[in-house]
Write a protein that binds this ligand. Structure first.
Ligand SMILES: [Mg+2]
Length: 258
């Protein structure tokens, strides 16, 4: 597939913490602004979640604003009606599976809710509190983890023991584990192969260890004209879209300052 217009900026948006609060639905305010703003833009989704969850979260109407949806950290590409155009396979090795089991039984967090190891396309998602946690329980774990640094420690352990793997903190309760290089950074190569020349990325975890970091890493290595924005939440994204000049493509014909 080729992108429609290589001269135009490709705007790429993370979902959790960027278009929506983590795991929450898109607000009317965001949908209204985004759907009118995106009409004459080339927009792409970059999420760690799968397509179904993304659809639940932002709705079909928002999906329609995007040219392509890069789900599962870029391991699956779909068009806005859900047709798969690319998919990467991932197999969880027994040794790593048993290490995750150990973390699960040895964590000092006080309860578990189930659904702790979730295989996804191209990756596995691991959560000590479990993906069945309610919104309240998610906040509970996230607050605890901020003081204990459990997810960081688990990610470091995996990264040291399995050099061919890469673990990173994703969302508010979990860790994403992928084969090295098969993170959101691959989206940059996919877009480049489609002819992209200018790219603007918006995410809430663009720092090393965050699940948007791969994008920044690959952008810096690429010859694309690019800018990236690390937002503190959807309110910040709204402000960017409304106020930042590049989102109005006023520098349409200029090389973007990198
Ligand atoms: Mg995010």
């Amino acid at each position: 597939m080729k992108i429609n217009n290589p001269q135009k900026i490709c705007f790429v948006f993370d979902v959790d913490g960027t278009l929506t609060e983590p795991r929450e639905e898109i607000t009317n305010e965001m949908f209204d602004l985004f759907s009118s703003w995106s009409k004459d833009k080339q927009c792409f989704v970059s999420t760690g979640s799968d397509f179904e969850k993304t659809k639940e979260q932002i709705g079909q109407k928002t999906l329609n604003c995007f040219d392509l949806i890069f789900c599962c950290m870029g391991n699956e590409t779909r068009n806005s009606s859900g047709e798969i155009t690319r998919r990467v396979n991932f197999i969880l090795e027994e040794e790593l599976k048993s290490d995750l089991g150990k973390f699960l039984s040895e964590s000092t967090f006080s309860y578990r809710t189930g659904n702790h190891i979730e295989p996804r396309t191209g990756m596995v998602n691991f959560s000590v509190v479990g993906r069945n946690a309610s919104m309240e329980q998610r906040k509970d774990y996230s607050k605890w983890d901020n003081t204990q640094g459990e997810r960081k420690a688990i990610a470091n352990f995996i990264n040291n023991k399995y050099p061919e793997m890469e673990a990173s903190i994703g969302g508010s309760i979990s860790i994403d584990i992928i084969k090295k290089g098969y993170d959101k950074g691959q989206i940059i190569h996919l877009l480049k192969d489609m002819g992209a020349q200018k790219l603007v990325y918006v995410g809430d975890k663009c720092f090393p260890g965050g699940n948007d970091y791969g994008v920044v890493r690959e952008l810096k290595k690429s010859d694309l004209a690019f800018e990236w924005y690390n937002v503190s939440g959807p309110k910040d994204t709204l402000k960017l879209i409304k106020e930042n000049a590049i989102f109005q493509e006023v520098r349409y014909n200029e090389k973007i300052i990198t």
